[in-house]
Design a protein around this ligand. Structure first.
Ligand SMILES: [Zn+2]
Length: 397
């Protein structure tokens, strides 16, 4: 069932039917694109606890990246490996996690497994902007720890650290002119963009910081001095200070190049996601590690250069960890996952439920992941993503 971002309707309907079949009340939030019939909102449901312990939230995203030539997934299993026979992405990112979570809930409900409260949040629009997570409100969530299953790597890997990311979009506005007749009357926006990019520090800047110019678009015809050029760039760092200083450097380079080439430049800075750091531990990490140990699986703490819904949930105040699902080569037609990884995820989730029973709810003090702090000190004036964070004060998933 294909579900590229913004077209999660079918998969949401399928999941809602499955979850309602367990007697659960399923809420769906506002659709990402209200005018599109195939758009959907986040799904939320709660399984009330039947024994003491700490409640947990499980999360995954139901959307995928779009496929090449809009091919449909054709899942096949060969030697224990699930892949798509077509040019489509398989969609294991992140439906492998969705499958493992829903299957586990079904087992728990059918067997009346003792558990201390489980909430499920399935987000839409994760790919390309964590949009569903940003739209969600976690105010009504009882869980003190969240577990997203949305990383590549073997089951057992626990992602404890992720950077913050900002996007810087620049539009150079020059003056067009005939390139052969009156070039001196033109002001080239492409030349200004080239000058800015040449002056920028890009690539891996230090252990914690990276920057990239990913898209340049400009020009209409070879014989016209181009009056428009847009540049899309990003910077990431595990240090908030280093991120701010790199973004300031990029903004300076855009402004300076515009002045030198006598063109205008318009800039937009978007706070894509905020980093988190659980290197020192925290309840979700400890619970995850205990669960892996319980099932006899090797566990490893690791960091990522990417962002996921976890970044948003931590910023919103729910300590949340990201876990590997065993999916590999994601976002490509070669994406695959082993059947064994799916079983391991299910086994892990069952072990997690057992471990959560052993933690008294009153012992679960909130963990400071730096998220709230980072939000308070963010001063970028054109912050579209942050507007999303605060615009929604209601219980809408
Ligand atoms: Zn994902």
């Amino acid at each position: 069932m294909p579900s590229p971002s913004g077209h999660e309707r079918d998969v949401n309907d399928f999941l809602t039917t499955r979850l309602r079949g367990l007697g659960l009340e399923v809420e769906e939030g506002e659709p990402l694109y209200p005018d599109s019939g195939s758009s959907a909102g986040n799904l939320y449901c709660r399984l009330e606890g039947n024994v003491p312990g700490t409640p947990i939230m499980l999360s995954a995203h139901t959307d995928t990246v779009p496929s090449e030539e809009e091919a449909l997934p054709e899942p096949v299993i060969e030697d224990g490996i699930i892949r798509s026979a077509s040019r489509s992405v398989l969609g294991a990112d992140d439906k492998s996690a969705v499958a493992a979570i829903v299957f586990t809930l079904e087992q728990i409900v059918r067997n009346s497994t003792p558990q201390a409260g489980i909430e499920l949040l399935l987000t839409v629009g994760e790919e390309g902007g964590l949009r569903g997570a940003k739209m969600s409100s976690l105010e009504g969530v009882a869980a003190k720890s969240g577990f997203c299953l949305d990383s590549t790597g073997p089951v057992g890997d626990v992602i404890v650290k992720s950077p913050s990311q900002k996007t810087v979009n620049a539009t150079f506005i020059g003056v067009s002119a005939h390139a052969g007749v009156v070039p001196e009357e033109g002001r080239s926006a492409v030349r200004a963009a080239a000058r800015a990019i040449t002056a920028m520090k890009l690539g891996r800047l230090d252990e914690e910081t990276t920057a990239n110019v990913g898209i340049i678009r400009g020009g209409e015809a070879v014989n016209v001095v181009p009056d428009r050029c847009t540049v899309h760039s990003e910077a990431r760092s595990h240090s908030r200070e280093k991120l701010e200083s790199q973004v300031a450097h990029m903004i300076d380079a855009f402004h300076l190049a515009a002045a030198e080439e006598e063109v205008d430049v318009e800039l937009t800075v978007i706070d894509e996601f905020h980093g988190f750091d659980f290197s020192a531990g925290g309840l979700p990490i400890e619970l995850a590690e205990r669960a892996f140990t319980r099932m006899g699986l090797k566990t490893k703490r690791t960091s990522t250069g990417g962002g996921s819904d976890v970044n948003v949930f931590n910023l919103k105040g729910l300590p949340c960890v990201n876990l590997a699902t065993g999916m590999e080569r994601v976002h490509t037609p070669d994406e695959y996952i082993s059947v064994e990884s799916l079983y391991q995820m299910h086994e892990f989730l069952m072990a997690l439920v057992v471990e959560a029973r052993d933690v008294p709810d009153e012992d679960t003090a909130p963990v400071d992941t730096g998220g709230a702090d980072a939000a308070a000190t963010d001063e970028s004036g054109t912050d579209a993503a942050d507007a999303d964070f605060t615009a929604d004060g209601q219980m809408s998933f």
